[in-house]
Design a protein around this ligand. Sequence first.
Ligand SMILES: CC(C)(COP(=O)(O)OP(=O)(O)OC[C@H]1O[C@@H](n2cnc3c(N)ncnc32)[C@H](O)[C@@H]1OP(=O)(O)O)[C@@H](O)C(=O)NCCC(=O)NCCS
Length: 383
Amino acid sequence: MSTPAATPTWRLVEPPRADRLDAPEAWAYHGIAALERAVALADLGHDDFAPRAVDLLVADRHQEHARRHRLVAVAGGEGDGPAPRVVGHGVLTLPVSDNRHLAEVRVAVLPEHRGRGIGSAVADRLRRIALTEGRTTVFAEVELADEPAPGSPVALAPREGPGLVSAALPGMRFARRAGLGLEIVARRSVLDVPLPDDVVERFAADAAARAGDAYRLHTWQDRMPEAWVEQLAALEHSLSEDEPNGGLALEAEQWDGARIRVEEAKRAERGQTLLVTAAEHAPTGTLVGMTILEWADDRPELTEQESTVVLPGHRGHRLGMLLKAVNLREHTRLRPAARRISTWNNETNAPMLAINVALGFRPAGGAAELQAPLADVVPLSRG
Ligand SMILES: CC(C)(COP(=O)(O)OP(=O)(O)OC[C@H]1O[C@@H](n2cnc3c(N)ncnc32)[C@H](O)[C@@H]1OP(=O)(O)O)[C@@H](O)C(=O)NCCC(=O)NCCS
């Protein structure tokens, strides 16, 4: 006599898209946010990057430049009982303005629900969607709390650049079983703030002396000045073109003023503030560099360092350091209670890392950047 197969205690559903967090159908955004926070605390020891419910809602509302397919694995929630509990989350991000070959995959499962095939079922469904959408390259990221010791039997080196990743991490086992390869390692760095005023002044003054009189700096919050919005788009394009990404199959992003405005709207809807310092080349009146800090008021201790770029013809004048030091000085004035600034750099990006290390940023974990041709990605579900 054969034993009947155990009934799975979870099922996959496409979450409803709510437009407000207090709507009943927003259960999925609240559930995914709780899951991502629990996964981050368990795997990384902090939730600095875990998306809040509002981040998920705004990402789904704005699909102008990337479309999104979300799935959740839920337990319970049938009939008239309480809302379903989200135990697994998957999202497939499909760029549409550029990089139309890419499918970026994220899968996360609550630690106490792992090893039951939930992650595999989510990944397989997303893989089928990516195939239907005609995508050809898959990207995935596995976040790391730290690096394994060199020489450790589980230490895995990327195809390019420094950094090591433990092959024993659940996310790495999972991604490699699916056929993805480790291209590069991204470093997360943290700067403890506020820096003493005289330290920031010295960085700013030394860099200003090297930059000379040809550059004028401008600092503002939130909305990009209308006169510069197209030039800021050109800077974003340049950043995507020049950032060293190892062998990741990334093409330059197509930016224009309208895309800058979409990003601004998303930040405002997420309740985030932006602080920008840009460098104008005075003789020509063009913007040649910028740096952005960003924060949300419900995370009072944390600020994120976003894009920093200097156009190729203007590098070597310490503008990168000057922009960052001036923006940091303004950040201290606006946000004296912040305690850390967090940033990401590919380990292959030596020039940007050098500036961050000089400012005092210290390594604080990172991410494994994985990719594979979609045709080589193997289904994971058993049976
Ligand atoms: C990676 C992650 C999503 C996997 O979720 P999961 O639900 O445990 O995935 P699965 O259960 O399908 O597979 C995990 C393991 O269980 C095994 N497994 C799969 N189905 C199983 C089943 N029905 N019964 C028992 N074990 C099973 C798999 O073979 C796999 O084993 P391995 O680690 O030796 O390769 C989860 O560990 C996680 O959330 N990690 C943090 C986020 C992350 O790194 N995501 C990956 C990047 S996209």
